[in-house]
Design a protein around this ligand. Structure first.
Ligand SMILES: NC(=O)c1ccc[n+]([C@@H]2O[C@H](COP(=O)([O-])OP(=O)(O)OC[C@H]3O[C@@H](n4cnc5c(N)ncnc54)[C@H](OP(=O)(O)O)[C@@H]3O)[C@@H](O)[C@H]2O)c1
Length: 289
């Protein structure tokens, strides 16, 4: 891609993991990037290497004023945004009863409201352009909810719901949406980005305690390579027919496959009970018109 038609990416959570890998891959690809991070100085090395192509911007996605300022900085620097990647996020671990109210709110503030803040701030620009692609970093946990990380999975389910509706709302405006669903990838996620409950309840030790231990034990050994995930995300953006959902990793594919099969089997097994709940003679429409 020549400089004239190089895409402009806007990526949240660019300090480590998927965000950092994607910033590097995008730059290698010849595109330009607004790399946002809570500590933008972590991107100084990339600015030195690509002073024209990367703009580092300070952004905590839970701060709506900072989101507005970051969008303005992006447009001032490059005049447009072609790809928004809502990547910033972390994982609350714990049984539903164990995670405190405050920790639940914090988890939704970052993983759901953070992505909403940035998306809603950029949509006017994308609509005006009549083009753009939004990539939302969900998880295999956005389709399958795991005991011991139900709050985290709830945030990713929410992100999937928002993305699925948004995709249809903006399709006619030339804007695409892709939900990215990684399995276990070797980033900082299983280390510093895991938030354990302040207090554990003994009754859940074999569930949330085991989940936390499993995640910690896997730290540094996850099968997924974030650089390969970044390449897959670029491939999606370059595709004429990008998918609504992209699972990443054989573990994600396996878990999603099993979920879809079990939903289908249960739907079929209870289909008659489900159907027999309408008023006699009622007209059955399609949900959503
Ligand atoms: N790795 C996996 O196995 C996996 C699997 C499924 C989904 N994911 C998803 O992938 C995304 C990226 O995580 P990762 O695996 O790359 O882990 P990571 O290396 O720990 O990166 C997490 C990133 O999110 C940023 N972040 C957290 N809270 C933020 C906030 N309030 N505002 C702005 N940035 C914030 C962190 O910034 P700081 O450096 O400032 O903390 C960091 O840049 C997350 O949404 C995660 O849920 C990861």
């Amino acid at each position: 891609m020549s400089d004239n038609n190089a895409r402009v990416w806007f990526i949240t959570g660019s300090s480590t993991g998927f965000g950092r890998s994607l910033v590097e891959a995008v730059l290698k690809h010849g595109d330009r990037v607004v790399a946002t991070a809570r500590k933008p100085e972590q991107l100084d090395d990339l600015i030195r290497q690509h002073p024209e192509a990367v703009k580092a911007v300070s952004l905590d996605v839970t701060d709506p004023n900072a989101v507005q300022a970051a969008v303005k900085a992006a447009l001032d620097a490059f005049g447009r945004v072609d790809v928004l990647v809502n990547n910033a996020g972390y994982g609350a671990v714990g049984a539903i009863e164990e995670v405190s109210d405050e920790a639940i709110h914090r988890q939704f503030d970052t993983n759901v409201f953070g992505a909403l803040n940035v998306t809603r701030a950029l949509l006017p620009t994308l609509r005006q352009q009549r083009s753009g692609h939004i990539l939302n970093l969900s998880s295999v946990g956005g389709l399958v909810s795991f005991p011991g990380s139900g709050i985290y999975c709830a945030t990713k389910f929410a992100l999937e719901a928002i993305s699925e509706a948004l995709a249809k709302e903006v399709e006619a405006l030339g804007i695409k949406v892709t939900i990215v669903e990684p399995g276990a990838f070797r980033t900082d996620f299983n280390g510093r980005s895991l938030a354990a409950p302040e207090t554990f309840i003994d009754d859940y030790a074999s569930i949330s305690g085991a989940m936390l231990q499993w995640l910690k034990d896997m730290d540094g050994k996850q099968p997924g390579d974030p650089d390969k995930a970044a390449a897959a995300m670029i491939q999606v953006v370059e595709s004429d027919k990008p998918p609504l959902r992209l699972a990443l990793g054989a573990d994600a594919v396996g878990a999603i496959d099993a979920k879809l099969e079990s939903v289908k089997a249960e739907l079929d097994a209870w289909k008659q009970v489900s159907i027999d709940t309408a008023f006699e003679g009622a007209v059955i429409g399609t949900i959503g018109g």
